[in-house]
Design a protein around this ligand. Structure first.
Ligand code: SAM
Length: 284
């Protein structure tokens, strides 16, 4: 990561590329017990949150990621009452989940309270549902929380995590996915942010294999644009307990009673389509 001549650059050595934003000023920087967090004001992308040198959210494009982490799973499950978000401290995924009336409880399990406190200050629009009576914000390690979760009590688990290094490392393996499987009711869905199909293909394969090895019946990867992450193209991987993932509630999505900026039934269908190289690499 570097800031030169008012440009913040996230260098991605692994793929030999970088992503950059022109910044007006650094608004905040701190080191928490878990990671370093910076907030910038940019010239064109609103506020920018950076954790350990990696872009997390910008005001301008976070809707793509947050909507695609929440709505495909919620419009696949017939009626998700209990949803848990692991990570997601900026609260954008929580806001999208709570747009669904069928959700009776949404728990966000974020390890670092400072991420949420800074989101409240610099991204208030993402935190607008935090006071919803159905929302619960916990600040503990999601790995521990999931290991201790009572069996068959959840409908959807969304892993909205940082990259698999540091505190998030243990959120990407078979042992963690097994805990998620146990905590989900039959038909329940696990959603994992699964990085860039172009830059992180080996990791994407590892995630999918670990989900299958943990005992999930069906696994499906969706792709969508995300300008602020390496390569500008991102993915989420859904895994389902005991039921397949071949269909979603297309009519429900087409008649959704809330507003979104990216997600709709057509975009959901499009996200399920798989490019040739990915089909080949993932054996689909
Ligand atoms: N998906 C976004 C990205 O890839 O840039 C990340 C958004 S969100 C800010 C990621 C959050 O995951 C961070 O706030 C981080 O503190 C949290 N996190 C990392 N490891 C965690 C763990 N073991 N338990 C709970 N939260 C964790």
């Amino acid at each position: 990561m570097s800031v030169e001549e008012n440009w913040f650059n996230e260098r991605h050595d692994y793929s030999g590329s970088s992503i950059g934003f022109r910044v007006k000023q650094l608004l905040h920087a701190e080191k928490t017990p878990f990671q370093s967090i910076e907030i910038y004001d940019t010239t064109d992308w609103g506020k920018l949150m950076v954790i350990d040198g990696c872009t997390m959210v910008t005001t301008r494009d976070n809707f793509l990621y947050h909507e695609m982490m929440a709505h495909p799973a919620l419009f696949t499950h017939p009626r998700a009452k209990r949803v848990v978000i692991i990570g997601g401290g900026d609260c954008g995924t929580l806001r999208e989940v709570l747009k669904h009336d069928e959700v009776e409880s949404a728990v966000q399990v974020e390890i670092d309270e400072r991420v949420t406190r800074l989101a409240e200050k610099y991204f208030p629009e993402l935190c607008e549902s935090n006071s919803d009576p159905r929302a619960q914000l916990l600040f503990i390690d999601g790995i521990k929380w999931m290991a201790e979760c009572e069996g068959e009590t959840l409908d959807i688990v969304i892993v909205d995590s940082t990259d698999p290094i540091g505190p998030a490392e243990g959120l990407f393996n078979e042992a963690f996915y097994h805990c998620c499987l146990k905590a989900l009711r039959p038909g329940g869905i696990l959603v994992q942010q699964s990085e860039s199909p172009l830059a992180h293909l080996p990791l994407l394969k590892t995630i999918r294999n670990a989900m299958k090895a943990a005992g999930f019946h069906a696994v499906r990867t969706l792709t969508f644009p995300q300008p602020c992450y390496p390569t500008g193209w991102w993915s989420s991987t859904l895994a389902r307990k005991g039921v397949d993932l071949s269909t979603f509630r297309e009519r429900g999505a087409a008649a959704k009673q809330f507003s979104t900026r990216y997600y709709n039934a057509e975009m959901h269908k499009a996200a399920l389509a798989m490019p040739e190289f990915l089909k080949e690499a993932l054996g689909e």
